[in-house]
Design a protein. Structure first.
Lengths: 499, 301
């Protein structure tokens, strides 16, 4: 142990510029992640977080390279190989270096950021330890590469190549599995967990072996096998054998869309030049606990009776409005432009239907400052009484991918109808904590259309701050994307234009 | 006690190239053993095998009584190794380099280290990367002598050093390593000749001969025969007579088995018409060149 500390002190002396870089970047990150950034800069929040994470990773790699290459394990010219070095002491010195100058700053930074985000770090000790383990896993690869290279230039090149190989391998292993009907199902969770632990479980023994024996070529071959061939092979095997949706609940899902045979004909609303066609329809074929929050028109065909030809109206697929009339019938509203005066026509419309599993996941809450959403994280509103936006932060874990979260004064079906909507950033939603510098995930509410609550008083209209409202936190998950086709053979398009 | 260094059938192949081929080497305790040979003969590879820097393809080596593959910090604390192409921690100053190494060696002698730094006139505050080649070698030697190692292994230590630095280097080595076994590989044969007690000649990875310096010098002679007219060379030319040259009425060769009685008798038998016979002692360099050329010719043949 004395020798390990002796080597460690030498490494500190040698690597102080790298240590200073890591500490400075980590401190900057802790400060930046601790402050609320008002919109519209909040968009930059993600960007700068990514930039700092990138710089931090770069600083880690360089520090690891400098420390490991102080006693390079490859080649046959190193002075230390003929000195009374114990490989155990040497390895212990490097691990101590990483613990003190890479892991500890991140741990402290995590605590500061959590505290500033309204979380008590003491409540999240297991998560913080898990993050340290993830960090270890993240550092294993550059450590291993450094142990197989002689200088920083080789290290950077090798790490770039390794990252590409590792990324491709992980992508093959963890990308969602899609079947031809459009059913999307994420890769099973155990694969993600296995991928997370793959690096330390395979990498650490290789590092120990390299330190003990310095068998560079052999370890290199094993590293390529472990980090390249095994994940890719496992991913390919999985893709061949994994059934996309073994859950029988999903097999029953088959949305059918048909014209309602009732008395009403389609109606034209808001004019023929730029209006809507309302078609009474019936939906069926999905379990009652699921819902359809999004209906998108993909393709519409109008056969023209006089000419016997088909006219395909081409425009960007709009979101189709789905309403329920007072008599309980459901109507699909198709946007139209310059609608022709055909007495009758056939309409064939293909829709994209996003089917969601609805689960109400949290109770109502209210208040100002950071407000706890049990099981989810903390929410606060930024802005004044005239408007603002919500910020939602989760600790350690990101919001579950595939779920949509909304925040409103009442339980709502669609995110866009909520008083405030929380929109997940795709990148943030899918990246596990160990890819991020911050232990906290920040999601900003939609900026464009917050509906405010107006209260009339004697002195005029007062806009109430959302935090004064009782709110509901609702989560829903998209489980399928389907493409039903609606064909209406005899549509009379000479009907009244309603306003 | 067994020899500080001994090898048994030691071999090392790099793909199809046999760098060291069934080497049987024995370095006597307390000797200054000079390992000589042409470029690519396998000297450096042999030393790297002994220091466990490289792994042998076959055979084994014992260093300080331990299998070289199992050399541990305990043995390395008794070995001083200096190589011409060793990568040093260039960012360290001379002073810090010595201070850093000190705790690794239980026998480190501060006074001796101080003495070596002074004798070598090493600039304490200068980083190793800013030292000249000679100064770097001196720093390496100082760091390898300060703990009074039982075995010093020097791989081409004189390469690139000027005459003055060589003298200083050699002088310090001999002064500070008295009683220490020294294995040295070098091309600087004139330098080695002055202090080596034993010599081993390696060629194509094989040890061609190994013997004490004195006996080597005794058994090599350059022989010059003078005749009235150019004589024909006999068909039964002795194998020990190397590099025969004929120039007008003079025949020259090198006898690698010189014996003050047997050699004149053999000359008398083969060249009875020789008018004059002269024997010249040879330097190590001359012996080395003769052996190297003989080996090259044999290979070409």
């Amino acid at each position: 142990m004395r020798q390990a500390i002796h080597i460690f002190r030498k490494d500190v002396r040698h690597c102080w510029p790298y240590i200073a870089g890591v500490v400075a970047i980590t401190a900057a990150h802790a400060w930046q992640a601790s402050v609320d950034t008002p919109l519209p800069e909040n968009y930059r929040l993600y960007t700068s977080d990514s930039l700092i994470a990138l710089l931090m990773v770069l600083a880690w790699w360089l520090a690891i390279g400098a420390a490991v290459h102080g006693e390079s394990l490859t080649g046959d010219r190193q002075f230390w190989t003929t000195r009374p070095y114990s490989w155990k002491s040497l390895l212990a010195a490097k691990l101590l270096f990483f613990a003190v100058f890479l892991a500890l700053p991140i741990f402290m930074s995590d605590c500061i950021i959590l505290k500033a985000s309204g979380f008590n770090p003491l409540d999240l000790i297991p998560g913080l330890i898990r993050r340290q383990c993830w960090l270890l896993g993240f550092l294993v690869l550059p450590f291993l590469v450094a142990a197989l290279t002689r200088a920083s230039r080789e290290l950077v090149l090798a790490i770039l190549v390794s990252c590409v190989v590792f990324y491709v391998a992980m992508s093959v292993l963890t990308t969602p599995l899609v079947n031809p009907t459009g059913m999307v199902r994420p890769a099973p969770e155990w694969i993600g967990a296995a991928a997370t632990w793959l690096a330390p479980v395979l990498g650490l023994p290789l590092i120990v072996w390299q330190y003990a024996r310095r068998r560079t070529i052999l370890v290199l071959v094993l590293a390529v096998v472990c980090f390249g061939l095994v994940p890719v092979g496992a991913g390919l095997w999985l893709r061949m054998h994994w059934r996309p949706y073994p859950d029988p609940r999903y097999k029953k899902v088959a949305v059918r869309l048909a014209a309602d045979p009732g008395p009403s004909d389609p109606v034209i609303a808001e004019g023929r030049a730029r209006g809507l066609i309302g078609i009474p329809v019936t939906f069926s074929g999905w379990p009652r606990n699921m819902m359809i929050p999004r209906l998108t028109e993909l393709d519409r065909v109008w056969p023209e009776p006089k000419e016997g030809t088909t006219v395909r109206l081409s425009y960007a697929p709009p979101d189709v409005t789905l309403t329920t009339s007072s008599d309980g019938r459901e109507w699909v509203w198709l946007p139209v432009r310059d609608l022709p005066y055909w007495p009758k026509a056939e309409i064939a419309v293909t829709f994209e239907v996003a089917l969601y599993d609805r689960q109400r996941r949290a109770d109502m809450f209210s208040g100002s400052g950071w407000t706890r959403v049990p099981g989810y994280g903390n929410v606060r509103f930024v802005g004044d009484a005239r408007g603002g936006y919500p910020i939602w932060r989760t600790a350690i874990q990101p919001a579950e991918p595939g779920w949509t979260y909304s925040l409103g004064g009442a339980e709502t079906e669609f995110a866009r109808d909520a008083l405030w909507s929380l929109v997940l950033d795709d990148q943030a939603a899918v990246s596990p904590a160990w890819f991020r510098a911050s232990p906290v995930y920040t999601y900003a509410g939609t900026w464009h259309a917050p509906r405010v609550t107006e209260v009339k008083t004697d002195s005029g209209i007062v806009v109430r701050h959302p935090s004064q409202e009782p709110l509901v936190f609702t989560a829903r998950r998209q489980i399928a994307t389907l493409y039903p086709k609606l064909i209406i053979p005899n549509v009379r398009l000479t009907g009244d234009v309603t306003k | 006690m067994s020899s500080p260094i001994s090898t048994d059938n030691l071999s090392k192949a790099f793909r199809r190239t046999e760098a060291v081929n069934a080497l049987d080497l024995e370095v006597p305790e307390g000797s200054i053993y000079a390992m000589i040979g042409p470029n690519g003969a396998g000297k450096t590879t042999t030393i790297k095998l002994l220091m466990n820097i490289l792994r042998a393809s076959a055979g084994s080596a014992q260093v300080l009584g331990v299998d070289s593959r199992r050399l541990s910090p305990r043995e390395f604390a008794r070995i001083g190794y200096v190589s011409e192409n060793q990568e040093m921690p260039d960012w360290m100053t001379v002073d810090y380099f010595l201070r850093y190494l000190r705790p690794f060696y239980p026998t480190w002698d501060d006074a001796l280290a101080e003495d070596l730094v002074r004798q070598f006139e090493l600039p304490r505050d200068r980083k190793l990367r800013h030292l000249s080649r000679g100064m770097r070698m001196k720093a390496a030697l100082a760091s390898s002598l300060a703990y009074r190692p039982e075995l010093v292994v020097l791989d081409e230590p004189f390469t690139g050093l000027d005459a003055l630095v060589r003298d200083e280097f050699t002088k310090s080595l001999l002064e500070r390593a008295e009683g220490t076994t020294i294995l040295i590989s070098s091309h600087d044969l004139a330098e080695i000749e002055n202090f080596a007690s034993h010599v081993g000649y390696i060629e194509e990875g094989r040890l061609r001969f190994t013997e004490e310096m004195g006996t080597l010098a005794d058994r090599f002679r350059q022989v010059e025969l003078t005749f009235e007219a150019p004589p024909p060379l006999p068909a039964d030319w002795p194998a020990a007579w190397m590099r025969p040259e004929t120039s007008a009425a003079v025949v020259r060769f090198i006898d690698s088995r010189f014996d003050s009685e047997r050699t004149p008798a053999e000359i008398q038998r083969l060249f009875p018409q020789a008018r004059n016979v002269a024997f010249h002692a040879m330097s190590l360099r001359e012996i080395f060149v003769a052996l190297a050329l003989a080996g090259r010719h044999a290979k070409a043949a």
